[in-house]
Design a protein around this ligand. Sequence first.
Ligand code: PLP
Length: 382
Amino acid sequence: MRAHLDHNATTALRSEARDALLEALDRLAGNPSSVHTSGRAARALLDDARERIAGALGVQEDDLLFTSGGTEANNLALAGALGASGGHAALVTTAVEHSSVLEPARRLASSGHPVRVVAVDGAGRPDIAEVVGAAAGTALVSVMAANNEIGSTCDLRALVAALDERYGVDRPRVHTDAVQTLGKLPLDLAAWGVDLASLSGHKIGAPVGVGVLVRRRRTPLQPLFLGGGQEAALRPGTENVAGIHAFAVAVELAVHEQPVFAARARKHVEKLWRGVQDSLPDARLLGPPLEDPRRLPNTLSILVAGIDGRTLVARLDLAGLEASAGSACASGSLEPAHVLLALGLTPSEARAGLRLSTGRATSDTEIAHAVEILSATLGKAS
Ligand code: PLP
């Protein structure tokens, strides 16, 4: 038996989404922009998926701009909102954002847009008052709802309310990368009051290659790609109808199952942490404390001093446990994870980070097995 505890990187296609995907692939023969019968059948499936996703997320159908995933949604939000604001519109973001926010932010800065990157506290949370202060005169504030590596979160509702109070009708637009939040914590974009939100299919059991940028209140955007009129001409290109259909199934289930998933994940993470502490009393928990109800329930990020995280991941893999050292996209590089550096860790401490993340299919037996492997491996490694 192997234990897979790297669900924040990606989680397996769920059977309901797979059935929906295969059914659509088998059935569809037309382009949804074509007016003939096959085209209209594809359009109907796309419209149905749009309606279901909008319903599950509590937004309008035409708020949804389907993309290839979270990375594209984040790029479209940042470059699109700043591009549409004209001139040298400014951006505020935080030091723990995913690279698909920080890299576009860097590119925007090098093309003359003032970019302010707000620091976080030792648990990875930005200070709302600091974000609000930094937002004076900016066009966009981009703060992630939940961090993929350490499970820290931001109270978006409080952030938007504070921006409203300070700047009134002139407040900057607010984007949130909610890729890791969907299905794990309550997600209520309307109550939060955000203008833009990014979501990704493969984090919730839909196929890789589909995501959405939710654009509320007609937030002005400039498209990244130019082409046809699909997705209000803001994301041209023939729609991935089968993928979007499967995504709709997964979104509905993720929203519906969220409370049950969170409760199970919390128990699993507590067990893992106790197991780690039993074999390595010096191990340090990164991110918010486990009892924080706002933290991502499925994510355990730890520091195992003196051990290289990537070596540990390789040893755990050999022993049958799949985990991650920092984020999947950074784990191929020798650079310490930027999120861990942002917590105030030294580069060598940041290289000692280990992340375990549970998923929908994680069982009690798998957690017990993972604890055994961790005890054996950490015991030897220390
Ligand atoms: N944002 C966060 C917080 C993520 O964890 C990820 C995936 O690792 C992304 C964005 C990128 O999503 P995708 O893989 O769909 O491009």
